[in-house]
Design a protein. Structure first.
Length: 321
């Protein structure tokens, strides 16, 4: 088994990525995507193994990471928390120390963000947050890459992004992305479903200190958020682990549907994104998600290519870029 990097790096939130690293990731993702589409081999992680710990079920995260490692010449191990000793009460720190002796990297898809932080704290290998209740960095990196793929490198700088709906892990990550990628984010959500205050406060402070051409605003009216937006994005109203709140959430979010009239308020060249799975008729109408402004399928595919770039970056320190 190849030795881990002397100084490992983790990807737990977008605050772990510098703007120049994001540029490298996107360039490499584009290269890897082209090679994949042309059928050219790119086995840069031959002999490497990724452990994938799942506390939450998954389609895109599991398949994209597992296929990505295979395409890069390595292998991925699916590790359900119910089948690991974690499910029988073994401390996360102990599991992290043991798994670090077996594999070259860990991807964790969990509920409490503290779980992935503890894993990274005690693991001697890179740890990737595949999703937590607080953040979803791999998804938003794929979203940012998709916008640049559609509109050109750096095309989101100074533009307006509208987030409509729940102030969830995706909203928190888009807040961090606003500072990193330099755009103006307007989040429309009910008062009781706002994004994390600590994430808002930290990002606004960092924007002010850096003088970046970026901003984050929280409003109640989705029309205000969508007006003139260059990107409109949303997520389901009820995420995993919130099923008991479904009826209450459906009532609270009634006015937060991304439909044709709302998209008509956005810039005429605006794109629509959704991290999937989607509930047509709830957070988004069929005419929007299946319409000409939607790039959700490119967005979903790009999870694969961006995560392959992330895996190279963390497991090889960017060598070969």
């Amino acid at each position: 088994m190849p030795n881990p990097l002397p100084k490992k790096h983790d990807l737990l939130t977008l605050d772990d990525v510098r703007p120049e690293e994001m540029s490298h990731l996107f360039h490499r993702a584009g290269v890897l995507k082209g090679m994949q589409h042309r059928g050219e081999p790119h086995r840069t992680l031959e002999g490497r193994t990724l452990g994938m710990i799942f506390e939450k079920s998954s389609t895109r995260t599991r398949v994209s990471f597992e296929a990505g490692m295979f395409q890069l010449g390595g292998m991925a191990l699916f590790l359900s928390s119910r089948e690991l000793q974690l499910g029988r009460g073994e401390p996360i720190a102990d599991s992290a120390r043991v798994l670090s002796r077996y594999v070259d990297g860990l991807m964790v898809r969990t509920f409490a963000h503290q779980n992935v932080e503890l894993m990274a704290q005690h693991a001697g290998i890179p740890v990737i947050n595949g999703l937590s209740d607080s953040f979803h960095p791999c998804q938003v990196l794929a979203d940012l890459f998709t916008f640049e793929e559609q509109r050109g490198v750096g095309s989101l700088r100074g533009k307006k992004v509208a987030w409509i709906g729940d102030g969830n892990n995706m909203a928190n990550t888009w807040i961090q992305a606003a500072r990193m990628a330099g755009f103006h984010l307007v989040i429309a959500c009910p008062r009781e479903y706002q994004p994390c205050d600590a994430v808002l406060d930290k990002t606004r402070r960092l924007i002010a200190e850096s003088g970046a051409n970026a901003s984050v605003e929280v409003v109640r009216d989705p029309r205000e958020a969508a007006a003139g937006a260059h990107l409109v994005t949303t997520d389901v109203w009820t995420s995993m682990g919130q099923e008991e709140e479904r009826l209450r959430r459906q009532e609270a979010f009634k006015g937060y549907v991304v439909d044709g009239p709302l998209m008509a308020l956005a810039d005429k060249e605006a794109l629509f994104m959704h991290c999937l799975p989607a509930h047509r008729g709830e957070e988004v109408s069929a005419e929007v998600i299946d319409g000409p402004q939607s790039v959700v399928w490119d967005e979903a595919e790009n999870r694969l290519h961006v995560q392959k770039a992330i895996l190279e970056w963390l497991m090889r320190g960017g060598s070969g870029w």
